[in-house]
Design a protein around this ligand. Structure first.
Ligand code: ACO
Length: 436
């Protein structure tokens, strides 16, 4: 295959030679000069498909939501660096930016905040659903089921091709996911659910629903509100990752937004994806309990015969520091310092990072701490239980999922349907049962 730039503007093409035939394929250039060979017409013209297990080289769409430069550790939402948003914005404003494509004016922001407040309750009948789960039910399973169940209560929001219905479902879901998550925590510890309060901000309300009890008054700590805003912003979007691609694939069949997001929550649950934040803390706790032998853990992670992997390390796209991990690590130092909290797990995490980043195994494979490596330490100090960590990730990621779902709809994309190369048996005879 040879790539040659000719013509101007969109004219770059790629020539693919297959036997005696040659095919000219257009090259697409992004606003940050990323390049893609457009193979949309390849199969129709040549009979060939491309094979890319894990999609490491496959672009599924052209998007305006998020830009990542994995080699240089850059992450921007709608063109704005995530570090800037983490410092200057709050989660509601960043959600608006992701979902609607621009920073809101003061009026737009205030209307959006009002909508999120207005939609914060869930149908009272849904409370009884929580009673049906066993006490040890993982909150990600509950979250996904409850979100899908919303589709049974809001039939006026389900048509993905009706603009008015889509307008309604977006703030509805953004607001209710937070309530569903907090209620699931309350149910898991046997406390009554705490209804949201309309005079509290988005993140304040979440912490209030999580930690208040009806028998006494509860003041939400502003430091935790700030920290939660920052963590949610950092989780806000990450372009075509596993859960976002799931949301898009499910949505591409014209499934409603509740169903699409419910599927995305399941995809996020896996320990290779969002479930890694829970796995990190469990790993750090194990190391601490076993006497803190970090060298042994590094040795295990490097042993290719051992399936153990260092949770919170490595990333499909980042081959450099994950910019989100940098922000969270410095927030950990600052907040734990201010609170005077000494967390031995933070010491272990830093020691792992130090050893890994001076070890050729990790350097050669470009394995750096990812967003999940330090986030759990903050959630822990905040009082969030370990099983809820991935739920926290889902709350932060929701605006990103919605942004991509909306973008896909607006672009009128086709149903997602990858192909395959069949490698199974050919003309296999049916052998009657008695002769097998
Ligand atoms: N610890 C030890 N070795 C690792 C790790 C790790 N955490 N991650 C990758 N490697 C090694 C692999 O064994 C492989 O080694 P090899 O070349 O000798 O076979 C090499 O690095 C490349 O790894 P791949 O699995 O091919 O990389 P991929 O891009 O497919 O995987 C992933 C990325 C899934 C994130 C992986 O790094 C991993 O499992 N990390 C731990 C789980 C984790 O933290 N996930 C959260 C990711 S961030 C997010 O989703 C929010």
């Amino acid at each position: 295959m040879s790539s040659n730039a000719h013509n101007t503007h969109t004219g770059e093409t790629c020539r693919l030679e297959l036997g005696s035939k040659s095919y000219e394929l257009p090259v697409i250039t992004g606003t940050q000069q990323e390049k893609a060979i457009d193979i949309t017409s390849l199969r129709a013209k040549s009979g060939y498909i491309t094979l890319d297990s894990g999609y490491g080289n496959t672009g599924s769409t052209q998007s305006e939501v998020t830009y990542i430069d994995g080699e240089n550790g850059v992450l921007k939402y709608r063109g704005i660096p995530v570090e800037v948003l983490a410092e200057k914005s709050d989660f509601v404003e960043t959600s608006y930016l992701l979902v609607y494509g621009k920073l809101p004016t003061a009026d737009e922001l205030s209307a959006f905040r009002k909508q999120l407040t207005y939609h914060s309750l869930i149908h009272e009948d849904m409370l009884s659903f929580y009673d049906g789960y066993p006490p040890q039910a993982h909150p990600m399973a509950i979250l996904s089921s409850m979100v899908c169940s919303l589709s049974t209560y809001y039939p006026d929001s389900l048509d993905p091709n009706d603009e008015e219905q889509v307008k309604r479902i977006v703030p509805r879901l953004l607001s209710k996911l937070r309530t569903i998550a907090a209620y699931s925590f309350k149910k898991s510890i046997g406390q009554p659910v705490i209804y949201p309060k309309n005079d509290l901000s988005f993140c304040e309300n979440f912490l209030y629903m999580m930690f208040a009890v009806p028998s006494e008054s509860y003041e939400v700590d502003p430091e935790w509100v700030k920290t939660l805003n920052m963590l949610f912003i950092l989780h806000g979007d990450h372009e075509q990752n596993c859960s976002t691609s799931t949301v898009r694939l499910v949505g591409s069949s014209d499934a409603n937004l509740f169903a699409s997001i419910s599927a995305g929550i399941c995809a996020l649950w896996g320990p290779k994806h969002g479930g890694a934040n829970q796995a990190v803390i469990e790993m750090l706790e194990r190391i601490h309990k076993d006497g803190g032998n970090v060298d042994a853990v590094i040795r295990r992670a490097k042993d290719r015969r051992d399936p153990f992997r260092l949770s919170g390390f490595g990333h499909r796209v980042y081959k450099n520091f994950d910019p989100r991990a940098k922000v969270i690590k410095s927030a950990c130092d600052r907040i734990l310092g201010t609170l005077g909290v000494h967390d031995p797990l933070l010491d272990i995490a830093k020691r792992i990072e130090e050893l890994a980043l001076s070890d050729t195994y990790f350097l050669e494979r470009k394995l750096y701490p990812n967003v999940d490596f330090y986030s759990g330490i903050l959630y822990r100090v905040m009082g969030i239980p370990t099983e809820m960590f991935t739920v926290m990730f889902a709350l932060g990621r929701l605006p990103g999922w919605i942004a991509h779902w909306l973008e896909m709809k607006r672009r009128g994309e086709q149903i997602g349907r990858p192909r395959q190369i069949y490698q199974g048996g050919v003309d296999v005879p049916y052998v009657p049962l008695a002769e097998r």
